[in-house]
Design a protein around this ligand. Sequence first.
Ligand code: PEP
Ligand code: MN
Length: 341
Amino acid sequence: MLIVMHHKAGDKQIEAVVKAVAVLGLTAAPIPGSERTAIGVLGNKGYVDDSTIRDLPGVQEVIHVSKPYKLVSRDFHPRNTVVRVGDVEIGEGRCPVVVAGPCAVESEEQIVKTAKAVKKAGALLLRGGAFKPRTGPHTFQGLREEGLLLLAKAGKMTGLPIVTEVMSPDTVGLVAEHADLLQVGARNMQNFDLLRELGRIRKPVLLKRGMSATLEEFLAAAEYILDEGNHNVILCERGIRTFETATRNTLDLSVVPLAKELSHLPIMVDPSHATGKRSLVSPMAKAALVAGAHGVLVEVHPEPEKALSDGPQSLTFAGFERLMEEVKRLNAFLGFSEKAS
Ligand code: PEP
Ligand code: MN
């Protein structure tokens, strides 16, 4: 960390900063310059909380050299992490996977039908929300435990590992009992108690990017899970809020190669929530794979016009089959050989 002092800062102010650094157990090394003094901070092993320093009189700017995440960073862990979900491997060097299923589990018939259809088309994981984070309380909130059990049943019938959202720390145990991959939704990316609880289990976690989270905040959220001991984390870009209203969110595809530069964790893309529009899902799913995503998450429904949530962005079975044909050709072009499902 480097503390830049104001050009009018006097010796007393510099001295006060040096003392505040010492209180943190660190060493301050003033570097006098022709216009101003800068103070280098030595002895820290990671990010330093600057809250006791940045508002001291005479301090102009605090520049952080270390990142607020460490376990997640490539500096700390240069080799790529490959996360195993059931017998599916997700990460660099593996054929990108397609996760598919409805936004929410609505009935046994709906989830079983969808599971069979997406399995037949080549999906390797089945998704379906049971605990649903809805914007308002008067919409369908998910079948909760019943939905989780139906999803698990459909997963067993088809042999597909399942992924579903967990919304609160007190349901982590229940969801982990049945799900192969636990999803943290965009709205909960900074639910720190939830992240810590997920760090204490050994099941893999799919962490979605918060809708207004920077990449640094996204990686710092993942750090909470790794910090508690669970290193099986997959990142998921699902679009961010911008001024654009033509799409539900703005898919930030540049974050895929950038996250891969900064972190060893796998990253997937959800073109369904990113666009909110069925016709855009397939083009953006393919774009994500070209950008280097380790997989895509796609919403599929037997009758999207009757879906209880996210119908407009859900693919029909026929639409999903078409996407899968294109994904298979694209994966071959990118040099991956498909693992038979
Ligand atoms: C979902 O995947 O069902 C979901 C609610 O997504 P997000 O958290 O990205 O909005
Ligand atoms: Mn949805």
